[in-house]
Design a protein around this ligand. Structure first.
Ligand SMILES: Nc1nc2c(ncn2[C@@H]2O[C@H](COP(=O)(O)OP(=O)(O)O)[C@@H](O)[C@H]2O)c(=O)[nH]1
Ligand SMILES: [Mg+2]
Length: 296
């Protein structure tokens, strides 16, 4: 299956929610559409903004299809798209990957490593989630799958020391891209943020020619909770971009719209499955086309 088909399939439930509402609305009463957008986790603020816009446009051009009006309004929420992989092809990068446990960090690292390696870049992974031995092993499995080497310390080691070694090794071997995995256990929220800040400080200090990119991974199935998580991480660490995972099979695809319009942080990657080829750069036109596929 090609990428667009995967994305289309992933957004099927979100699309169905929105499509169903269209048969029960009029220009005077958009309540069913409002419910659909909220259920799809577009978020209250963005939903309100979209409804107002659609209503105004619909009044002035009553013959226009509602799906087209909504599609245009959603499209205009997104800033001009850029391809994050193209960005990573220019120069050298350290990509610091953060997010709560289970959001899909390690999987995203594996897929991203593959995308970059396929474009001719040399990549190493850094096992900065030292909290559990299994986390290091999981990254090593992705290392084997992609042919990318993993810099690791033992379980319980200081993640910033692993990051330090990762950079040292990358410089010595003239590696293009260093992708750093981290822990995400939230029950020690304060310590986690402090630990991640320290990792980031060490990278800033040691990075030399490498540019730093802080990538937050969020799980689409968390809906509005994901937005709160993103706010919290952004406050502590300043996020450059967001990877949204698990868009497959959820009706909460609207979370991508909510992140864009409320947080003003670009969504740069989307994951639609557990496989190595199930992630690509985010493209807003492609996303909106998939969301409104064959809609009347
Ligand atoms: N369906 C689906 N599962 C995913 C996706 N990304 C990650 N996962 C799964 O989510 C679970 C947690 O992922 P993991 O990378 O270990 O998360 P981490 O704790 O943040 O490192 C694993 O079972 C992954 O296979 C995705 O895009 N779609
Ligand atoms: Mg992990």
């Amino acid at each position: 299956m090609g990428w667009f088909d995967k994305l289309k399939q992933g957004l099927e439930k979100t699309r169905a929610l929105i499509r169903r509402s269209f048969s029960n609305v009029s220009v005077e009463d958009l309540e069913e559409l409002e419910i659909a957008l909220l259920s799809a986790d577009v978020g209250p603020k963005t939903t309100e903004k979209l409804l107002e816009e659609v209503k105004t446009k619909w009044k002035s051009s009553p013959d226009e299809r509602l799906s087209n009006l909504l599609k245009n309004s959603i499209t205009s929420l997104f800033p001009p798209s850029f391809d994050i992989i193209d960005k990573f092809l220019q120069g050298k990068w350290v990509i610091l990957v953060i997010g709560v446990n289970g959001s899909g960090k390690t999987t995203t690292i594996g897929k991203l490593g593959k995308l970059l390696k396929d474009r001719g870049k040399s990549v190493i992974f850094v096992a900065g989630d030292t909290f559990r031995a299994a986390a290091i092993e999981q990254l090593e499995i992705w290392g084997e799958r992609t042919g990318i080497s993993v810099i690791k310390h033992r379980e319980g080691a200081d993640p910033s020391a692993v990051a330090f070694d990762g950079l040292k090794s990358a410089k010595a071997r003239d590696i293009d891209i260093v992708i750093v995995d981290t822990a995400g256990r939230l029950h020690t929220k304060y310590n986690l943020m402090e630990e991640l800040k320290k990792v980031k400080r060490i990278i800033e200090r040691e990075r030399g020619d490498y540019q730093l990119y802080t990538l937050l991974v969020i799980d689409a199935t968390m809906g509005q909770n994901a937005i709160n998580q993103a706010r919290m991480f952004n406050t502590a660490l300043t996020i450059d971009g967001i990877a949204v995972t698990k868009l497959d099979g959820t009706a909460k695809g609207g979370v991508v719209i909510s992140i864009t319009s409320e947080l003003k942080i670009p969504v740069v990657l989307v994951g639609v499955g557990e496989g190595i080829d199930d992630m690509q750069s985010f493209n807003s036109k492609e996303f909106v086309d998939a969301l409104f596929w064959e809609m009347n």
